[in-house]
Design a protein around this ligand. Structure first.
Ligand code: NAD
Length: 263
């Protein structure tokens, strides 16, 4: 799995084709979409039109909450695959645990079947807290390859990252730039960017990379799409890393996975 990919949340279907095509031209080889984003078709069109061999691409999509359950998962997966125009995906994720509904174990068993059938290369989850992972691992056979969680300098997720490392689960950061809001203007980040002659977004992405997180920044602006992948030819030093790590506030932008039951 490439450590840096392209996220397409909030990109309308008719714009996704152009955005994903721009990302593929810029060198991205990993794309993160989801059934609920409504842009699997546009994403699939860009992939088909790119000329990039399928085996060089890493395509992730996610099962929406309303489709949890064994049979409904199998049906939802068929729909996603058809919209993407693919015959397999590289990674399929349960989008949220929705713990009150008690369906994620059955849902994951359907993932295991699709995995065994060769229609999904790797299976994983998103927004799972350690307690949800523990239950899942106890009741199923395949340890999730990935947990995609909200993670950025204001929400560094130390406990989850530690638990993932113990279990051999890759940590993937969603909203790695904190959705670009105040985070990219934080003085400590701006100062580090000046020091390295880079942008604040590049500094934040580089911090994730050096920590070992998988990142999937989103942009529809071609110059930013290029800027966000151009983070492999410089390094932050220990002082920079410590200054960014000091920004943790345990502050979420998105919902709390223990409570979110959005349908
Ligand atoms: P992000 O942290 O990637 O921020 C994106 C925003 O930051 C852009 O809309 C733009 O306003 C700004 N930006 C991007 N590049 C910039 C640059 N170089 N300079 C200045 N500003 C820049 O936020 P995101 O889109 O929420 O998260 C990334 C991806 O994570 C999503 O597209 C999606 O694929 C995934 N995601 C998953 C979940 C989940 O529940 N699993 C939830 C949210 C997002």
């Amino acid at each position: 799995m490439p450590q840096l990919g392209f996220g397409v949340w909030q990109v309308p279907d008719d714009e996704a084709e152009t955005a994903v095509a721009t990302a593929l031209e810029a060198g991205y080889r990993s794309i993160d979409t989801a059934a609920i984003y409504g842009n699997e078709e546009g994403t699939g069109k860009a992939i088909a039109g790119s000329g990039v061999p399928r085996e060089e691409l890493f395509v992730t999509t996610k099962l929406w909450n309303a489709d949890q359950g064994y049979d409904s998962t199998l049906r939802a997966f068929d729909t996603s695959l058809e919209k993407l125009g693919l015959d397999y995906v590289d990674l399929y994720l349960i989008h949220w645990p929705t713990p009150e509904r008690g369906l994620y174990v059955d849902t994951y068993k359907a993932f295991e079947k699709l995995h065994a059938d060769g229609r999904i290369r790797a299976i994983g989850v998103s927004n799972f807290l350690p307690e949800h992972l523990q239950k899942l691992i106890g009741e199923t056979s395949v340890v999730p390859a990935v947990n995609q969680i909200e993670l950025h300098p204001h929400l560094q997720q130390g406990a989850s990252r530690e638990y993932h490392a113990e279990q051999g689960i890759a940590t993937e950061a969603w909203s790695p730039l904190g959705q670009g809001k105040g985070l990219l203007e934080v003085p400590a980040i701006v100062a580090i960017a000046r020091k390295h002659d880079r942008t604040p977004a590049q500094v934040v992405l580089r911090w994730h990379i050096q920590l070992g997180n998988v990142v999937i920044p989103k942009s529809v602006t071609p110059s930013r799409i290029k800027e966000n992948i151009d983070v492999f030819d410089f390094s932050l030093d220990d002082e920079d890393l410590a200054a960014i790590s000091a920004l943790n506030e345990d502050r979420r932008i998105g919902p709390d996975p223990a409570e979110f039951n959005g349908a």
